[in-house]
Structures are given as C-alpha cells and as structure tokens.
Design a protein around this ligand. Sequence first.
Ligand code: BEZ
Ligand code: FE
Length: 288
Amino acid sequence: MRNVTKDNITDVFKGYMADDMNPRMREVMGSLVQHLHDFARETNLTHDEWRKGLEFLEGCAAVETEDRHEFVLASDVLGLSSLVDMLHSRDDATSSSVLGPFHVSGAPPLAVGGDMKRHFGGPVLLAEGTIRDTDGRPIPGAVIDIWQTAPNGLYASQDDEQDTFSFHGLMTVGDDGRYAFTTVKPVEYTVPSDGPVGDILRACGRHPWRPSHLHYIVTAPGYRSLVTEIFPDDDPYLDQDTVFGVRDDLVMTYVERPAGDFPDGLALSGTISEPFLHVDFDVILASD
Ligand code: BEZ
Ligand code: FE
C-alpha cells in the first residue's frame, strides 16, 4: 500500500501479515495493533505523549534486573496480570491471584504443623485447611508452596537481613489433604515505587500499597496448579489493592483465640502464651 492514511493503516498492517503465519499470532497481533491504533486515534495522541510512552518502556528496561521485574510490575499495576489470571480461572475452583515477583523457588520442606515464624516478633497466625477437589474430596499428596513478607513488610529476596528462604516453605499434605502452619500475621506493604512504575502510580494519583496476604502455589498431579493469596477481612487496603489481586473467596476472617485453644501436635504447641490468630482456608483445585 503506497497510500497509507490514518484511517486505513490498521487494515494495511493486517494485510502485511503473511497468509501462512501462525493463526493465533495473527489473532493476537491483529487485535493488539487494532487497539493500539484505536487508542492513538481516540486520544489524538501527540508526539510528546507517544515519546513519554516510549521513555516509560525504556525506563522499565533500564531498571530491570534478575530481582527487579519492572515490566511485570507495570502489568500488575495496570491490572493486566489480574485480568489474564481471571480469564483463565475456573469458576468451580478457588480463585487465582497474582504471583508477584518475590517468590523464591526451591523452598525447604515444611512439615504439616510446622512453623515459619521462627524468631520473628508479631502476632502468631495459625493457618490451616484442606486441599480439596471440586467434589469436596481431599487431595492426598498435594503440595503447597507458601511465602509471605517478614514483619518489616519485605520479602526475603528484598532484604539482606533475612535468609534466602525466610518465610518460604514447601508443605506436602497427607492422605487427609490437611495443611497447617504457624507464621507471623502478614503486614500490608508497598510494591516498589522508586522506578517508572512508581511514576505512573503518582501521575494517576494512586498509592503503591497491597493488603496483607499469604501467597500459596498449590499443585497436585492431575489438577490445574493454582497460584493464589489469602487476605484478612480487616485489612485497610482490601478495597484498593494496587495490583487488583483481591477476590471475594480469598478474603477470610483471622479469628483471635485464647492461648489455651492452641492445638496439640504443631511445632509451636506448648509454647503459646498469648492469644493467637487462626484462619481456616480450604483450597479447591480443578482437575486438568
Ligand atoms: C506480591 O504480592 O508479592 C506482589 C504482587 C505484584 C507486584 C508486587 C508484589
Ligand atoms: Fe505479596
């Protein structure tokens, strides 16, 4: 096409794609460019604004390291990560939620009833539940990869004061599908806001806070893996999570219970002298 106009450029782009290209690639690229062009036409995007957009992408690339994933963070605060999650979440299973950039693979095994709190201060939280299938049956041998921040709001990978796997554990449930562990009640924290994504948040008058949460990745042979989070229902940021991760079925009451109610058979049994928090959260996995 030698007469490209602002009105036909989208069709011209689509016409340049080869007939024998991958059909899914054609669908995704065609739609992406359609929306990109419509966006520029609708907003009458100026050269300066277009340049700022490119500078944002260049800025993300400039701060990207092995431990700092600014493009993922951009996708998170724009709601794209959560939207993709929800598009592929099954209605009959526990909702999925954002993975985030702070999970460290290869966590050490944590026995059922084990403790992640160790020497850290803060309210003790006992989290337990059953991993079930969509018919309510326990899934023996399911594995839960658990992680959260320390009481200072930092993940181990962000904090030189913590061991590599601090507040990370890999729990294999028994025949009854039950899991249980003790930890410190998680705290709300901010996503990194000292880079280009922080600039976008500020430009939109948004804050960088996430409500407190526990992260789980739950896997079992024959079932769809689930990446999810659990939130307490009294968190001040529940209705304004900066990465859009909150779902109704992931919001739980952390019930305060007297020390005497602490069950036997856990790593911290016999050591609890103050009231503790308790959350019971069953996870439902859909079959593959
Ligand atoms: C997190 O929950 O760890 C997280 C998710 C998205 C962006 C930053 C952190
Ligand atoms: Fe997190």
